[in-house]
Ligand binder design. Structure first.
Ligand SMILES: O=P(O)(O)OC[C@H]1O[C@H](O[C@H]2O[C@H](CO)[C@@H](O)[C@H](O)[C@H]2O)[C@H](O)[C@@H](O)[C@@H]1O
Length: 256
């Protein structure tokens, strides 16, 4: 079973609980050890798939694993090779300048500068979300080569042409993911792109939480449940259990 499955894991809201400040999250030792053990058990076919930049994922997880950062704008393969979507420095500067101007007009909105992309957060003031979405959409429309990606009390302006689904497809073309059945865990709207790809590839899409609608067939209630599920997966692989052991308990389609 350890040779048959490929695991793709979203980070915030899936592996980690949400915090008001994106920079304040941390990976506890227990989660880190569990992920390392699962990574070994699936012979390296585990990738983090996140809206965070790769540098931020490396700061948090401190592992050279395959990973998609900025929703796939940045990609690192399991062999360490990297591909980045090209970003025009002048366009990036324009994005930064306009985004800074925008947040000055929106009380309670926090700007996260991720290099090639900008996230605008309003977790501290959720009642500003609709106003933020409208203003950010207008900004993204005015910038050539950029698009909007909304998420959990966040909206991001990122280089166009990549999403988590495309990132997972790209990883699946390369070892050690190639030829394996993908399992994707994620909580957010941004993960739906990947749920669709995984569903089309005959894999398992597992939604974390209760956001609807979703293309995922299975559900886990929380990041704590994800950690428990990872332990069960590890046990199942080590005991050579049948492949259905990878499924989560809940089935959001009503069948199992
Ligand atoms: O794709 P993900 O790994 O889930 O990353 C999505 C975004 O996650 C972060 O923001 C979210 O988590 C923050 C910390 O808990 C929270 O404050 C914020 O409200 C959430 O939207 C991260 O800061 C973003 O850059 C990611 O794109």
């Amino acid at each position: 079973m350890g040779e048959r499955w490929a695991l793709f894991l979203d980070v915030d809201g899936t592996l980690l609980e949400f915090h008001d400040d994106p920079a304040a999250v941390a990976v506890e030792t227990g989660l880190s050890r569990r992920l390392q053990a699962v990574h070994r058990a699936v012979h390296g076919a585990l990738a983090l798939v996140s809206g965070r930049a790769l540098a931020d994922l490396d700061r948090l997880f401190n592992q050279p694993w395959a990973a998609a950062g900025l929703h796939g704008v940045q990609l690192r393969h399991a062999d360490g090779s990297r591909r980045d979507l090209p970003v025009d420095p002048a366009a990036r500067e324009l994005l930064r300048r306009r985004a800074r101007q925008l947040v000055r007009t929106l009380d309670g909105v926090q700007l996260e500068d991720k290099g090639a992309a900008i996230a605008l957060h309003c977790r501290r003031q959720p009642d500003r979300y609709e106003t933020l979405l409208a203003a950010a959409a207008e900004l993204a429309d005015s910038l050539e080569g950029y698009e909007l990606q909304t998420g959990n009390l966040v909206t991001e302006i990122k280089p166009e042409g990549m999403d988590k689904g495309r990132a997972v497809s790209e990883l699946l073309e390369h070892p050690p993911f190639r030829g394996r059945r993908p399992v994707y865990l994620g909580d957010d709207l941004t993960d739906e792109h990947a749920f669709e790809v995984v569903g089309r590839s005959g894999g398992l899409a597992i939604r974390v939480g209760d956001r609807t609608p979703t293309a995922a067939r299975f559900t886990l209630p929380s990041p704590a449940a994800v950690q428990h599920w990872l332990s069960c997966v590890l046990d199942a692989i080590q005991q050579g259990a049948p492949s259905h052991a990878l499924r989560s308990e809940g089935d959001s389609s009503g069948s199992s």
